[in-house]
Write a protein that binds this ligand. Structure first.
Ligand code: ASN
Length: 370
């Protein structure tokens, strides 16, 4: 295999999810250790056996892809334990980010195989944690296990390997159902169809049809000359508080109570709350005065928060920040990232409003993050 050097090298970090699940004794889908690599080695659309890449190093060679000059060699790194993504936590985001940092110079790009349930959280979190990222990090998974005939896992994995190996996309992105999406704009929109993800407030970065079409003007610029740094410290004392009619004050009080440091307020429409309930406004004001950072995001699937109505403008008066068009998921992970910084509360608030990784259309262009 003297021609290894011409291959683009991709590290596939396999964290779990449906893509590698099989039914357990009760018939429920569950993760299975050491099965994916065995399967990949026998699957001609995912590995060219005749190239005889060393199996003991968990290396696989993707067959040539029409239209792409590069060839992709990939290494499978399976996590122990494999997780249904519903079981993932901030410590798992940290593990992935630190593995990417450790292996950064050895690979041209990275694929994270992940369950779909919390995939948007992980993609958003990684986008913030990987500062000065100059290589593609593609998060993907599937709705049907890769071992099944009708799987969507095979095409999602192939498309992800192509992006990670052959394209200059220095971002954390999501590949799913023939779409390339910005990671921190992604939301899970369907749990029953193969079109599980969308980015309702941001255009697709690309599409996989007869040809692969990348919307280059949307891709974030490669950071010049700066080294990747990983923000491995997170403040996970964050909460999401969804406003509902007649909601209990106790619930609001506990969502804002110590040790919570940051809250995503999921408001109605363009950022409105029941402003005729003075007690709610008092609870929010008290929390802001105690230093809790509250970010207002809409419950709607798309659109952004703006002080159009008095029922929303009241939040500006108590010091709640506008989340503009950020997804609630992005705001949650951004809070976890920003709240861990050793800077003043004022500076953290400025960072929450600032467009760090393409996650937000800035409502206020005068944000000062220096
Ligand atoms: N429960 C699964 C997970 O998130 C769902 C999936 O991957 N499609 O791990």
């Amino acid at each position: 295999m003297s021609d290894y050097k011409v291959f683009k090298k991709v590290l596939v970090i396999y964290t779990g999810g449906t893509i590698g699940m099989k039914p357990n004794d009760q018939g429920a889908l569950d993760t299975v250790e050491n099965a994916l690599g065995v399967f990949l080695r026998t699957e001609p659309s995912l590995h060219v056996a005749s190239l005889q890449v060393p199996a003991e190093e968990n290396l696989f060679a993707l067959p040539p892809v029409k239209g792409e000059s590069g060839r992709v060699l990939y290494k499978l790194m399976e996590y122990d334990p494999l997780l249904d993504s519903s079981n993932m936590a901030g410590s798992d985001w940290k593990r992935i980010a630190e593995d990417i940092e450790r292996m950064y110079d050895l690979f041209d790009g990275f694929v994270v195989l992940h369950g779909t349930d919390t995939l948007a959280y992980t993609a958003s979190a990684l986008s913030f944690m990987l500062d000065n990222l100059a290589k593609p990090v593609v998060v993907t998974g599937s709705q049907i296990p890769i071992y099944e005939t009708r799987t969507d896992g095979r095409i999602n994995l192939v498309s992800s390997l192509i992006i990670a190996g052959c394209y200059n996309i220095p971002e954390v992105c999501v590949v799913f159902a023939n779409k390339l999406l910005r990671g921190n704009r992604t939301v899970k929109v369907n749990c029953n169809t193969l079109e599980a993800f969308d980015s309702p407030n941001a255009p697709l970065l690309g599409t996989f049809n007869n040809v692969i079409n990348i919307n280059s003007s949307l891709i974030r610029p490669r950071p010049s000359g700066k080294l990747l740094t990983v923000g491995g410290v997170l403040e996970m004392n964050v909460a999401t508080l969804k406003i509902t009619p007649d909601m209990s004050l106790d619930l609001i009080e506990s969502a804002l109570a110590e040790p919570i440091k940051g809250v995503v307020l999921e408001s109605y429409g363009s950022g409105n709350i029941p402003s005729n309930r003075k007690e709610i406004i008092d609870l929010l004001r008290n929390a802001v005065d105690r230093g809790v950072i509250i970010v207002n995001c809409t419950q709607c699937l798309s659109g952004s928060v703006a002080s159009i109505y008095d029922a929303g403008a009241v939040l500006d008066d108590v010091g709640v920040l506008s989340g503009s068009d950020m997804t609630s998921v992005a705001a949650y992970t951004k809070l976890a990232y920003v709240l861990a910084f050793d800077v003043s509360n004022h500076h953290k608030k400025e960072l929450m409003k600032y467009n760090l990784r393409g996650e937000i259309t800035m409502a206020d262009m005068n944000v000062n993050v220096l």
